[in-house]
Design a protein around this ligand. Structure first.
Ligand code: PGA
Length: 249
């Protein structure tokens, strides 16, 4: 039996008042359920509105979309893992393709961020995935595995299992072109095998989410694919009705 994870990545959308209204609609249609995990990643400045809106709903957890790798210091504009934790975040997205490709984040930096998250007690959701060019060159699995290894390079064996992985092919993000369930399964199986070789059964139990143009129409098929433990949803998570349909998959 799967215990699926549904994660909403709002990216740079939803001001505090929008988040409050979103939660009003979503919570009215999504009663507490024990058999799934629901996560929301709002923009950092909207985090407070989301934690306030979830005061009575400890079943839904909140994360930030990015952190700096240092715990504090002179890094104008950045947020640290301890600050995110203190503000109510329990999760953090690390290595999202927009961080890598729009902001130039390197494999090494994602590794330092995962270490910072682990130190602060945040669960890192490590995002990996190939570009269209890499896919066409046959490098899909090697890119995902290289990004995974770099992301966990500074995590000691004891902490392996304290994070999640999200496979998000870059060409599928925000394009309306999702990976097929079979394509997703193949990459997830390769990631699972690598996680097992890193940390045995604890590694194999790390949830592996699929992300990239997930919507209420394709969620069931993707979630039904082998080795897909959950969904990381961007665009379709912004609309309370669409998001409710997805988490009820
Ligand atoms: P999308 O984004 O669902 O809009 O494709 C997914 C993501 O970037 O996490």
């Amino acid at each position: 039996m799967k215990h699926p994870v549904f994660a909403a990545n709002w990216k740079m959308n939803h001001a505090p008042a929008d988040a409050t209204e979103f939660l009003r609609q979503f919570l009215a249609h999504y009663p507490r359920q024990q058999d799934r995990t629901v996560l929301i990643f709002p923009p950092a400045l909207t985090l407070h509105a989301v934690t306030a809106g979830l005061k009575e709903r400890s079943d839904i957890l909140v994360g930030v979309q990015n952190i700096h790798w240092e715990d504090k210091g002179a890094f104008t504009g950045e947020n640290s893992a301890p600050i995110a934790r203190a503000a109510g975040a329990r999760y953090v997205l690390v290595g999202h393709s927009e961080r890598r490709h729009v902001f130039g984040e390197t494999d090494e930096e994602t590794g330092k961020k995962v270490a910072a998250a682990t130190r602060a007690g945040l669960v890192a959701v490590i995002c990996v995935g190939e570009t269209l060019e890499q896919r066409e060159c046959g490098d899909t699995e090697s890119v995902a595995l290289r990004q995974l290894r770099a992301a966990v390079a500074n995590v000691d064996a004891h902490h392996i299992g304290g994070y999640m992985v999200a496979y998000e092919p870059v060409w599928a993000i925000g394009t309306g072109k999702n990976a097929t369930p079979a394509d997703a399964s193949a990459v997830h199986a390769a990631l699972r095998k690598d996680l097992r070789s890193l940390a045995g059964e604890r590694g194999a139990a790390v949830p592996i989410l699929y992300g990239g143009s997930v919507n209420s129409g394709n969620a069931a098929a993707l979630l039904g694919a082998s080795d897909v433990d959950g969904l990381l949803v961007g665009g379709a998570s912004l609309n309370a009705e669409a998001w409710t349909a997805i988490v009820r998959t």
